[in-house]
Write a protein that binds this ligand. Sequence first.
Ligand code: NAI
Length: 296
Amino acid sequence: MGALPTNTVIAVIGAGTMGAGIAQVAAKAGHSVLLYDAVAGAAQQGIERTAAGLQKLVQRNKISSADCEALLSRMQPCDAIEDLAPAKLVIEAIVERLEVKQQLFSQLENICSADTIFASNTSSISITAIGAALSRPQHLLGMHFFNPAPVMKLVEVISGVATDAGIAQQLFDTAAAWGKKPVLARSTPGFIVNRVARPFYAEALRVLEEGGADVATIDAIVRESGGFRMGPFELMDLIGHDVNYAVTNSVFDAYFQDPRFKPSLLQQELVNAGYLGRKSGRGFYHYGDTAEQSAS
Ligand code: NAI
């Protein structure tokens, strides 16, 4: 079937940490992209954040200002979900909750044409379970980008039980055409990366809770001795604690509450406090205009 042609209109729903970046990736590949968020003004703000990020690349001569302008001209904020009707691929990057995602895709089945492909950027929720609420579950897949979406190459293309194999291959080819390194996976809890990564976060949180070492020390060891780009606490702050905690809960429940995946009370308290990481200005570290500093 091959990749979706570049004249295919793409919609991205959710203009938070991931959605705006995914929209940028599709627009860079030449697609017209419609960006919608339930919060009024959020799509416009997402595009403004993208514009600010691209401006920095222009200043560093990484892209030309003409390419930057052309890319931005292909990103359009939408005020109403009905405006997404022309899209042939809709990528959802909203809150990590099964019933909210089911409700969104059900609504979209009545707005978009019957051949529209629906993709969820979910980190952990069963594609089979999301699809169970739809009348065309064969058109639903996972298209799981990594943070930050414009930089990270990997994309997991995930099939649920009912997903059409040809559409999965088409999405795989599309991700490759967008300059990504896609991988095909079946819908298992946490898929590949988030399953493998659970102990990376959980064990670091346990060391901290047991008083073994502080946040900065654990991060430094993992970075400097382990060779990771980021330590576990830096990475959780980048992902967002609300999202990371929701993913752990989802994997924990999906594996019948296997204690290996038990969520952390410490992380739950961060979520309760609204210390969500970079996006709220504070998580394990403080973020501001000045240099970052450890909060622990
Ligand atoms: P976020 O909290 O930064 O942004 C979510 C956006 O969705 C918000 O702007 C919110 O207003 C909007 N939204 C919520 N419910 C909505 C609805 N019903 N309709 C339309 N818009 C709605 O979340 P983030 O981090 O971008 O995560 C989004 C999805 O991507 C989640 O499923 C998450 O698991 C997944 N993901 C997150 C990664 C990360 O590092 N943060 C990495 C890969 C996947």
